[in-house]
Write a protein that binds this ligand. Structure first.
Ligand code: LMG
Ligand code: NDP
Ligand code: PMR
Length: 398
């Protein structure tokens, strides 16, 4: 049925198979974006841009780092060196991408996953039903919509005595149908408050823990998205992300003495989510500029593909939830299963070939990773600095 729907669509919307040129689309454009450009940047398998053509097994880091970083390796009886288990914190690991990533990493036996979740019981159950072995995960409470909870989480984590080798900022909320804003404990609009400000405080605090880790490849990963990037077709579906001059963020996003929206405009839940993703991608780059050279930590973001079946769309209307997966599967061909998306994020956590910092990873049709281009706004150096400084004030770091 969905295939029939696809055949009704104008040809401009059928995405060609990998490697084929799209000469017929050359002059087409939608929302002012050249579709051929869009296809080049989102689906190109250009050998020049593909950093990782081979599918690497998750956790393949073991062999490589064993040679390069003797400090963290114990000499095994037979003289071979082994790397200790990595310790990774994943926020929002109770469903969707976070859960699938936790499973992919835990299954390698080379990672202990700390599932940082707002609903402890749900997370325990999710881990159990995903078949994650007990010894490979720990659930710890974290509600990103409360800065007190973020601080409490960091304290609890430190008390646990575990090292922090990789931090994955994955959790998010999306409120596409909300008519009025709702707020975090500190009174920030919920989507930006949770997806950006909660993670901003968490990663700033946990940077110290990452620095202290003796793991050979330390990483801070912040999940981004195509919908925050207006250099793509998906990023041009209204409402578009736009942080404007940041006047709403400067005012605290509280809808009292300022707007609930970063740009100071009328509340729009879908836009707030997309704006929050722009902040995620800007933060990653600002971390990279400020800390990569001194710490050696890899800072990265990614678009894992359109995982149209996750809980992210729980607040969307039922018709959307029904049609969105087949639309993405058969029309845009941007669909990716939770399991495959989890493997992608797991690669960014542990693959030895993805250590480059400051990168926004995407995957082509052959599931090979490549360094993708961010939109102008999502790579604006000056805006990144301003978002950083305003966010610091809001979360009480400056
Ligand atoms: C906003 O709407 C919401 O208002 C907001 O609350 C929030 O959810 C936000 O980004 C999230 O979206 C965006 C709006 C775009 O998108 C739509 O309303 C989609 C309309 C789809 C109509 C479905 C008709 C049923 C056809 C069945 C076929 C298969 C399944 C489709 C499933 C669709 C799921 C998304 O609004 C605009 O963009 C306005 C401009 C309209 C131009 C759109 C042109 C793009 C055409 C693309 C072809 C792809 C086709 C899908 C079928 C389209 C038929 C119109
Ligand atoms: P899900 O809704 O399945 O997962 C989101 C997770 O975030 C859930 O575990 C949820 O917890 C958690 N969460 C929400 N609010 C909070 C909070 N206040 N404190 C702690 N945890 C919280 O969605 P996805 O798996 O799709 O989303 C994961 C990431 O992937 C997001 O960053 C999203 O932006 C990104 N992404 C998703 C795409 C997609 O197509 N789905 C595409 C591009 C990016 P709970 O289980 O308790 O609700
Ligand atoms: Mg989109 C190549 C085309 C493409 C891709 C990869 C996505 C991803 N979307 C594409 C195209 C379109 N979408 C088109 C042409 C339309 C108009 C019919 C469309 C509509 C649409 C809606 C209404 N798309 C959506 C929504 C949502 O509510 C989702 C959203 O914006 O969440 C913020 C969404 C998404 N589309 C995607 C992806 C990945 C999403 C959701 C998740 C996210 O960004 O995190």
């Amino acid at each position: 049925m969905a295939l029939q729907a696809a055949s009704l669509l104008p040809s401009a919307f059928s995405i060609p198979k990998e490697g084929k040129t799209c000469a017929s689309l050359k002059d087409s454009s939608l929302f002012g974006v050249s579709i051929s450009d869009h296809l080049k940047s989102e689906f190109s398998s250009s050998a020049l841009r593909c950093k990782n053509q081979r599918k690497q097994p998750v956790g393949a880091i073991r062999a490589q780092v064993a040679v390069t970083t003797p400090a963290v390796n114990r000499a095994a009886p037979e003289g071979k060196k082994t790397l200790r288990k990595g310790s990774v914190v994943i926020t929002g690991a109770s469903s969707g991408l976070g859960l699938a990533t936790a499973k992919a990493l835990a299954e390698t036996g080379k990672w202990h996953v700390i599932m940082a979740c707002r609903d402890f019981l749900k997370a325990e159950r999710a881990a159990k039903s995903a078949g994650i072995a007990k010894e490979n995960f720990t659930v710890m409470h974290l509600d990103l919509a409360s800065l007190d909870s973020v601080r409490q989480f960091v304290d609890n984590f430190r008390r646990s005595g575990r090292p922090l080798d990789v931090l994955v900022c994955n959790a998010a909320v999306y409120q596409p149908t909300a008519k009025e804003p709702t707020f975090t404990a500190e009174g920030f609009e919920l989507s930006v408050g949770t997806n950006h400000l909660g993670h901003f405080l968490l990663s700033r605090l946990m940077l110290d823990d990452l620095k202290q880790s003796d793991y050979p490849s330390k990483r801070l990963i912040i999940v981004g998205s195509i919908t925050g990037n207006t250099n793509t077709l998906a990023g041009n579906v209204p409402p578009k992300a736009n942080l404007g001059d940041l006047r709403g963020l400067a005012g605290g996003l509280n809808a009292l003495n300022s707007s609930a929206m970063i740009d100071g405009g009328e509340f729009d839940g879908a836009k707030a989510y997309k704006d929050s993703k722009v902040c995620n991608m800007l933060s990653m780059q600002e971390f990279h500029r400020r800390y990569h050279e001194d710490t050696g930590i890899t800072f990265a973001s990614l678009y894992p593909g359109c995982i149209a079946t996750t809980g992210l769309f729980r607040e969307h209307i039922p018709l959307f939830r029904l049609l969105f997966p087949p639309f993405q599967k058969y029309i845009t061909k941007g669909f990716v299963s939770e399991e495959d998306a989890g493997k992608r994020l797991a690669q960014v956590v542990s693959d030895p070939s993805l250590t480059k910092s400051g990168v926004y990873w995407s995957w082509n049709k052959d599931s090979a990773s490549f360094e993708n281009q961010l939109s102008q706004e999502a790579s604006d150096v000056e805006k990144a600095r301003k978002v950083w400084e305003l966010s610091e004030k809001l979360v009480g770091l400056a």
